[in-house]
Design a protein around this ligand. Sequence first.
Ligand code: PBG
Length: 327
Amino acid sequence: MTGKPIIRPRRLRSTAAVRRLVAETRLAPSELVLPMFVADGIDAPVPISSMPGVVQHTEDSLRRAAAEAVDAGVGGLMLFGVPTSGDKDAVGSGADDPNGVLNRALSLLRNDLGDSTVLMADTCLDEFTDHGHCGVVSASGVVDNDATLERYVSMSLAQARAGAHMLGPSGMMDGQVGAIRAALDAEGFIDTAILAYTAKYASAFYGPFREAVGSSLTGDRRTYQQDSANRTEALRELSLDLAEGADIVMVKPAMSYLDILRDVAEVADVPVAAYQISGEYSMITAAAERGWIDRDAAILESLTSIRRAGASIVLTYWATEVAGWLR
Ligand code: PBG
């Protein structure tokens, strides 16, 4: 062939060594956070059928799995509590009870692990309310924003007292970050950080999580979680969370919202996290079980995509396993 030479981008893809050399996005165990479920009223771990490989832990199995995750090098643990249905009520009293399932587990883990990891707590009422909403419901049937903030404040203080390093308000109430920050500061918890669920969309992909936490929800969360049609709104939520004092901002779900993640990462001046949620886990797991996709490759590709889009921290149910691969 004569004339202009062909420009050959393939040259940098020609061997595994050159691909490794030029890779722009890498994964490290320290960026991965493991979400974990701890349940009351069970005497052995209970498998979550829609999330094969994930369980509701007893206190003992939680402590073992947490130690294993920390040994594997994961960056943090995000805890969710699953009370018995008898312990749920309209205002989620179990959430701020120091003897509630989540607060007890936080104390145990903080005692076991000290400052060797970042212990995070889900700060939301949905696991603890008998109606399953993330807040308290008014007489007219809507989730009452400001009454819910009072419950979040009380829950946050209980979690900080129990030993959480970082709180994850996930309920999408207006003003939640500011209310929690003010209360933490007033009580002297100035180093307790807030990982804000900044852009959290109402998503069908949370389906398996509802089984994971034994959710009582019958309706949906569309009056407080964002509409998947919207992009600009995420930036508004971001400005508010930053103004209210969020230390880290998060986008959730991850894979269907990579554009939002990119938007947020471009302007946020704090670390950006993304939550690879239950449905993302279950879809890959189910397709791999059928032999339709290569499980391990799909997991790594999904996590790499989330990092590439702009997350520096990723919550994933595969955190311990993937941390092991990356060592
Ligand atoms: C609500 C909450 C949810 C998840 C985390 N926190 C469920 C919801 O909003 O309905 C979902 C996590 C997942 O799907 O893995 N507190």
